[in-house]
Design a protein around this ligand. Structure first.
Ligand code: SF4
Length: 275
């Protein structure tokens, strides 16, 4: 069992590794009560992480291996700080009055929040009790495993759809696309507010047919408030090197303004509210 620690503020670009060496593998975690969990860091942010001023909590553990991932030091539970949910909520309570005043809330990101289902549900529930807006940033890969009660604690789902083409999705993430699309359909069927996020990686996801496929899928969904195009950048590259990982996008250039505008226009032309 990992030692309980305190969670320090930081940035998503801080490199954290090996802080809880006794943690289980992320696909073997038994997280039934959610009293404790593994977190990378937390920071305040705005606009890109949900409406208003946000406290963004980055939890550890992810089952995808995206080639462009900015936070490979969140893939494993053992890289996170082992903290209690109460401790996280006490930290959040310090920010709650100003976040509320600025129309913001709590966003849980990662890693993948759904790896630690009970832990993140407990934190979402605590945030709602403080009167905060709640948002999750997720790949949706584990969407089948979360309950309606879990979803009820979340006001906004920010869902990454990285490709419409199963082969491209598999190449870029290492996993199947079907669970993500099923999760998107479930959100649409229940009217859960959602922002769809698309990472634009030149040479990987920018094919017009790939973009068109996502746009066709999302455009009829009335619950989708925004499609957000996120241009690929290389701010996380140093982490891959520090962790001894093979960074395949070394020669890939960040997405240009022109390419980003083309893709946003493509989503808009298909009827999506895109930015
Ligand atoms: S889902 Fe997010 S955290 Fe997981 S590998 Fe992909 S980009 Fe990284």
């Amino acid at each position: 069992m990992s030692m309980v620690q305190t969670l320090e503020p930081g940035s998503r670009y801080d490199l954290r590794a090996g802080l809880s060496p006794d943690a289980p593998d992320e696909d073997k975690l038994k997280d039934e009560e959610g009293l404790f969990g593994y977190c990378h860091s937390y920071e305040t942010s705005s606009r890109y992480d949900g409406p208003g001023l946000r406290v963004v909590l980055f939890v550890s553990g992810c089952l995808l291996r995206c080639t462009y991932c900015h936070n490979p030091d969140t893939w494993h539970l053992k890289d996170g700080t082992y903290v209690s949910a109460d401790h996280v909520l006490r930290r959040l309570a310090d920010f709650a009055p100003s976040i509320k005043a600025l129309g913001g809330g709590l966003t849980i990101s990662g890693g993948e929040a759904m790896v630690q289902r009970a832990f993140t549900q407990r934190i979402f529930a605590g945030a709602k009790k403080m009167g905060l807006h709640t948002a999750i940033q997720t790949s949706g890969f584990l969407g089948d495993r979360i309950s309606d009660a879990y979803l009820a604690e979340i006001d906004l789902v920010m869902l990454d759809i990285k490709s419409s083409d199963p082969a491209t999705y598999k190449r870029v993430t290492g996993r199947d696309i079907a669970p993500t699309l099923r999760f998107a359909e479930r959100l649409a069927a229940t009217g859960k507010p959602a922002w769809i996020r698309f990472t634009l990686v030149p040479g990987e996801t920018d094919d017009p047919d790939n973009v068109a496929g996502i746009a066709r899928f999302v455009a009829p969904m009335k619950n989708v408030e925004w499609v957000e195009v996120q241009p690929f950048h290389k701010m996380g590259e140093f982490k891959w090197k520090a962790l001894g990982l093979d960074y395949k996008l070394q020669d890939t250039k960040p997405a240009s303004r022109e390419l980003t505008d083309r893709v946003i226009a493509q989503f808009k032309d298909a009827g999506c509210n895109a930015r």
